[in-house]
Design a protein around this ligand. Structure first.
Ligand code: EPU
Length: 356
């Protein structure tokens, strides 16, 4: 399979859901595993490497001089259908939502709560996506990845992936080192609907059906509907979903905050900790719906920062820093940026409190 290294520069503005203007010098499209050795060779020559799926969880600088690898590997295979589980292998370049829709259509239930999350299957374990009561890592059996520096395939079982809330080893120290080639999902049978998330509990259609009769397709539809009302469509308004993580604090900190702010929204976590709804705090700090030049805080969901058009990463991160400072001042809580911020020209570390 020939490999095409694009002649520079390539415009990646349409290749990241925030729609940030970005020009890259070396871009390669990965369509076959046969090309991997050449990618590693090229990466060694280029220095910094960025592996790009659908660009739905990245903040890109205005200029990228390193190698950009766009993963376009395809294929979905049902490898096991036992009474205990459906096991499915999916290539990293497949679209996440299309894959979830296919599983529900085939009766391979268990991913429906994560419908309509933008991005590719390969990017899903990197940030360990999750929504409406299900975190991706609970549905993963293994991940097959190419280690770019050493030029070899490595098989990770779930425990080896270093999964945490919106985090994995691929996102932390391993950033730019791994190309996720495929993900093996394990969907336990018999299927149990997950309906405990407040938005699902109060959904008019779901709440009217006895739990034993709820179908995965109904959860899929409800999640799509909820997400469409709260989250902006990146095709219409540039965004990367939640721009901040929901911070996890100790019980003491939670109790102290709850006394000061009785309306504080928080969820108890294992290990005597509480996850605070950052969106609520950002809204209380007066940021919801505010626009600063070409960027702003979304009108319906304060956790989402948006690009009104032609914004740069610097502008977006300056807004993020203002939001972080307000929340720190009012609540004494540090908000951590959720997407991967890619270093490069036009993006200096002082733009934000936390930069990966
Ligand atoms: N809230 C506000 N104001 C806001 C936003 C939220 O008061 O502007 C309150 C809500 O009323 C609710 C609470 O905060 O009581 C939580 O809000 P929501 O249920 O919308 O969820 P979230 O914490 O904002 C998280 C994920 C989303 C995921 C939803 C649903 C993170 C960082 N975000 O958002 O994931 O879709 O839960 O499970 O964990 C993403 O990661 O990109 C993402 C969209």
């Amino acid at each position: 399979m020939p490999i095409v290294f694009h002649v520079p520069p390539t415009d990646l503005t349409a290749s990241n859901t925030l729609g940030l203007s970005c020009k890259a010098r070396h871009v390669v499209e990965l369509t076959s595993r046969d090309q991997l050795a050449r990618v590693s060779q090229r990466a060694r020559e280029s220095g910094q490497t960025l592996v790009l799926g659908a660009g739905s969880n990245v903040v890109l600088p205005e200029h990228l001089s390193g190698l950009v690898v766009r993963v376009a590997l395809r294929g979905i295979t049902l490898v096991e259908a036992s009474p205990d589980a459906w096991v499915i292998d999916v290539a990293g370049g497949e679209n996440w939502h299309d894959f979830v829709r296919m599983t529900v259509a085939n009766g391979w239930n268990g991913l429906e709560n994560m419908a309509l999350i933008p991005g590719t299957v390969g990017a899903a374990p990197v940030q360990n996506i999750g929504a409406y009561g299900i975190e991706l890592d609970t549905r993963i059996e293994s991940v097959t990845a190419w280690h770019i520096p050493e030029g070899k395939i490595v098989e990770f079982n779930r425990a080896d992936c270093g999964f945490h809330y919106r985090d994995s080893l691929f996102k932390r120290a391993g950033l730019g080192q791994w190309i996720i080639l495929s993900v093996r999902f394990i969907l336990p049978r018999p299927w149990q609907p997950v309906l405990a998330y407040p938005d699902l509990l109060r959904h008019p259609i779901l709440s009217a059906i006895p739990v034993a009769e709820v179908k995965a397709s109904q959860i899929f539809d409800a999640v799509c509907e909820i997400r469409r009302t709260k989250l902006p469509d990146p095709a219409v308004l540039g965004n990367a979903g939640s721009f901040f993580k929901n911070p996890v604090v100790s019980t003491e900190k939670f109790k102290a905050l709850k006394t000061l702010f009785p309306g504080l929204v928080a969820y108890q976590q294992p290990g005597q900790t509480y996850k605070l709804a950052a969106g609520w705090m950002i809204e209380q700090a007066g940021w919801k719906g505010r626009r600063v030049g070409r960027v702003g805080v979304h009108t319906h969901q304060a956790l989402v920062l948006v690009n009104y058009g032609q914004a740069t990463a610097g502008e977006l991160l300056a807004l993020a820093r203002s939001v972080q400072q307000s929340v720190l001042q009012q609540f004494g809580v540090t908000l951590e940026i959720e997407p991967v911020v890619v270093a490069g020209q036009g993006l200096e570390a002082e733009h934000c409190l936390h930069i990966k």
